[in-house]
Design a protein around this ligand. Structure first.
Ligand code: C5P
Length: 407
């Protein structure tokens, strides 16, 4: 593959040299593109030596008429010649430029002209990584189908310990290899898949509610994966701050009761249900009409259980494939197995929550898949990758169920 390797200006730029070496070793041709800031951290000569090609360092030429003419269209040429664009490290600035379509230098201009797969490996200070501006830029880029290789936790150059450290070069090279050969299988064509996502909100009074930390990312990744595999997808979502994947029919709800009603109103013709939502287990028994005043020294509320949507789906299962989730802080396998039986599911996806780098709110997840034939532990991966693995396993389950000697 011909790979354009964008390097932007962060201290992690030195690791891009190792990435270039790995990509060459794996048989790719690499064209390095260095932003001005990147050249403050690492020299073009390093990349010229490793890749055997002159790196691109500027949108404009050295001034001669001949080279000015050549460079005026070089970004289009580079965009057309390369099969994949990877940017490592991708600074907050590059993410913002890409998300908003600014084209102020070679890399951002070439990005706009590029139509192939894009892999971005961000690296920055932990606060910059957590800033709402960066988070929403990442959502936009993810929504375009770009692969984000999440940074790891660690000791950052700014002296802070936290998320923001560039992923290891081998991890980025693996993501490039996966993106080079997108394994798009269209095994859900003609099917309708119903997915629930996000938290629910249960009102306490007209302004307050009970909820949980679910971000909805796993459910949205499942919806995106199902749509890519050709399904008609109905995504019933609690309140989340995420873009709807393209081609997906989204139904917004707030409470567990509303989610239950939406699920049963959309169940006709559905062949797979995935209950990924973190539905509140309790709701306030009687919600006052007016805001509760803080003048009370202490007050209590009575809680009633919410309808267990998954359990009801299990009772009315038919031949639909039914997949539930179990988010636990302990005894994961045991709990997942219990829920598989109690709710009459075909599969329970179990994940440990309460850890910082997987589970709720995180871009990555680490899960186990529990079925009646056993338990599979999946390695930590981006939620979009986990989503495809869940569908791969579901397809196997279905084959097993229809196989001539299956019990
Ligand atoms: O019993 P528990 O809430 O831990 O089970 C989690 C699974 O059940 C998830 O798939 C969740 O979407 C579903 N669930 C539900 N209705 C509820 C509570 C949980 O469908 N009221």
């Amino acid at each position: 593959m011909r790979i354009a390797l964008g390097v932007s200006g962060g201290i992690a730029a030195y690791k891009a040299a190792e990435l270039a070496r790995l990509l060459i070793q794996r048989g790719h041709e690499v064209q390095a593109i260095l932003t001005d800031a990147a050249q403050q951290f690492i020299t073009p000569l390093t990349f010229a030596t490793l890749t055997g090609r002159k790196p691109i360092t500027s949108l404009f030429s050295d001034g001669s008429a001949e080279s000015t003419l050549a460079s005026s269209v070089e970004h289009i040429g580079v965009a057309q010649e390369n099969d994949l664009l990877v940017v490592a490290p991708a600074t907050a600035n590059v993410l913002a430029q890409f998300a908003h379509g600014f084209a102020g230098d070679f890399l951002s201009t070439m990005y706009l002209a590029f139509t192939g797969p894009v892999v971005l490996a961000p690296a920055m200070n932990a606060n910059m990584w957590g800033h709402p501006a960066t988070r929403s830029n990442l959502e936009v880029l993810r929504g375009r189908g770009h692969v984000i290789v999440s940074p790891g936790d660690g000791f950052l150059a700014c002296g802070v310990i936290g998320p923001g450290r560039l992923a290891e070069p081998v991890e980025i090279a693996d993501a490039v290899d996966r993106a080079c050969k997108p394994q798009v299988v269209h095994d859900l064509v003609g099917e309708t898949v119903l997915i629930t996502a996000g938290p629910t909100q249960e009102p306490i009074d007209p302004v307050r509610f009970l909820s949980n930390r679910s971000s909805g990312k796993m459910g949205f990744a499942l919806a995106e994966a199902a749509a890519a595999r050709g399904a008609h997808v109905i995504l019933i979502s609690g309140p989340v701050d995420l873009h709807t994947p393209s081609g997906v029919e989204r139904v917004d709800v707030k409470t567990a009761e509303e989610m239950r009603n939406a699920v049963f109103a959309h169940l006709d013709g559905v062949s797979i249900v995935i209950k990924c939502a973190a539905v509140a287990d309790f709701r306030v028994a009687s919600v006052p009409q007016h805001k509760i005043k803080k003048t009370m020294a202490r007050f209590s509320v009575e809680l009633d259980p919410t309808p267990d949507i998954l359990a009801e789906l299990g009772r009315k299962k038919g031949d639909r494939l039914l997949i539930g989730f179990a988010a636990e802080t302990e005894n994961l396998v045991q709990e997942a197995k219990r829920k598989l039986e109690a709710k009459n599911c075909d599969m329970i996806v179990g994940n440990l929550v309460g850890q910082s780098d997987t589970g709720f709110e995180s871009d990555d997840n680490q899960v186990i898949l529990v079925t009646r034939s056993g338990t599979t532990e999946l390695p930590r991966a981006p939620k979009r990758v986990i989503a495809d693995q869940i569908f791969n396993e579901s397809m196997k389950l279905r084959l097993l169920a229809t196989a001539p000697y299956a019990h």
